[in-house]
Design a protein around this ligand. Sequence first.
Ligand SMILES: Nc1ncnc2c1ncn2[C@@H]1O[C@H](COP(=O)(O)OP(=O)(O)OP(=O)(O)O)[C@@H](O)[C@H]1O
Length: 659
Amino acid sequence: MPRPSSTALPLRAALRGIAPYLDGVGLRWAAGLLSAMLAGLVALAIPQVIQVLVNSVFADVVHNVPPTDAARADVWWAAALLAGLGLAEALFVYLRRFFILPPAADVENRARITLYRRLQRMPAAFHDAWPSGQLLSRAQADLSLLRRWIAFGSVMLVVNAVTILVGMVLLFGLSWQLALLYLAAAVPIMWLSFGFRNDFRSASRLSQDQAGDLATTVEESVHGIRVLKAFGRGAHALEGFRGRAETLRGTEVRKASVLSRFIALIVALPEAVLGLGLALGVWLVAQGELTVGALAAYFATAAVLSGPVESIGQLMGMTLAAKTAIDRHLDVLSAPATVTSPAGADRDEEEALDAGRAAAAARAGRAEASGRPARPARSRSAEAGARTGDGERPGVVLPPSHGALEFRDVRFRFPDAGDGEADELLRGVDLTLVPGETLALVGVTGAGKSTLVQLVPRLYDVTGGAVLVDGVDVRDYPLQELRRRVSIAFEDATLFSDTVRANVLLGAPAETVADGLDSPAARALLDLALDTAQAGFMADLPDGVDAEIGEEGLSLSGGQRQRVALARAIAARPDILVLDDPLSALDVRTEEAVTARLREVLAGTTTLIVAHRPSTVALADRVAVLEDGRVADVGTHAELLRRSAAYRDIISSRPEEQS
Ligand SMILES: Nc1ncnc2c1ncn2[C@@H]1O[C@H](COP(=O)(O)OP(=O)(O)OP(=O)(O)O)[C@@H](O)[C@H]1O
């Protein structure tokens, strides 16, 4: 499965990359860290109490002397102190969670929103190249991992390191000989940890990428479940899934075994040293260089340290996995957003994304809930700044909207195509539509019709020449403004799991839906759009236009979906309407009715329609034939039938022509 290339960033660059999410987190994180440290220190204090207890009470017992009253009282004090320390440790553990969990969840949330926002800004070519599962796993699993690392891993790594340091100081305080022995175990561990880091990091990256591949497989097969069922390919799909799942399992096992080997080493070495420590300790006690209490405290301290020492391996693994998650997150954020507004207008687009929530609330009739008014519609004449990417360009004053559209020597090649002339899909398209004109675009399958029309709202950018709307290069428009002037309906009608009303009014002008989706203005627009798209069948749905149409609108037929999508394009009230064969699933009579109504309702709207049927073509003012990456001929249907063999070829292959 192809996977976009990725880089392991230096730690500093990775931290810089996520720094914006950490805003305001520092104090709470520090408070959480302090609580965790106090919990660790309290745990370390317990052996010290034990030392006092052993020395003051059991010394008498060891020497067969009955304990004095004072020694008995000491036992109670020591017991009370131990209980108090235990309670304090529990309180500090609670405080660590109290302080750290909310900011860690904030970081996850911010990162997730930033990622989603980025995905909205990325061009269609990016989404062509990135498998959906890779994006899904970055938005879900990777960011959960980051949250767990901030809330737990990062804190415990610091706490355990400090606990081990303090523990070592205490061990030195008890006996420098025993402490040195304990420290000796750390040398081979540190040496081997470099190898561990490299092995674990590569296994971790591989497993997170493979988890993304697996998510893509699930997404694809759920999406295509009907095809798989219809062709009886369920078992085959399962085999493919099993293969990927097995590959991931193998990587997980490799990752776990790298980690287990390291943890085993971390645990085994200090434990082995403790055995030697016992012998050395007893000898030191016999020599009178160490008290029994100090020896007991040494072992109690070593026991307390064994937890942090053991968890260091686990925490290092978690840290490396979190670093991989950050790298994968930043892979997406650093991918170039090639289709952007002119430099001065970027702010506008950002504001539009920010205002998304308020606009959505307004559309749902809940403007008051957000406390923010919906944005007013942009003025029909606006100034754009210099175009980014291809050098300085003076600011362009955008003309008032008329709906003139021109393709001027347009060239296009997909990013994954070769460099040769023949690899260009469009090789100099020249075509002009006057305001209000309806032009049908025809051509053989794969001629590049869909690609050409997607250049108008800048779903892709030309690789040569220019597309002009009202005489201005589309790249000089703020994207918001361009997409207000141009709307598009695709053959593959994508709907969202929402009501018919929300789907149709998705791109409606802000001023129409400012008072909610069921305001009189919004309702009038909805009725007009549905009527024009011959979508009267909506009335038959149980809840009418408020019927939920299920995920991707799958509860509707293909033709019904297409008409809702067409109504959506109409409701945007564009100056230029681009229809990429959006009537293909309709019967000829309905298609004729839609086309006739479209001409009537959208009399002043310039319409560019990719057409396959003579019935649609006949209703257009003019027809353009796309052949070998260029417009081979333009004329009326009748003219082209007379003079263009290519046109006759294309059109005569359509069944209705014979009728
Ligand atoms: N995202 C993409 N990446 C690479 N190549 C693509 C991509 N999308 C389309 N193509 C290729 O570009 C060519 C033109 O595709 P396009 O969809 O524009 O043709 P079309 O004329 O609309 O065809 P049809 O009438 O069958 O819809 C095809 O050969 C197709 O394989």
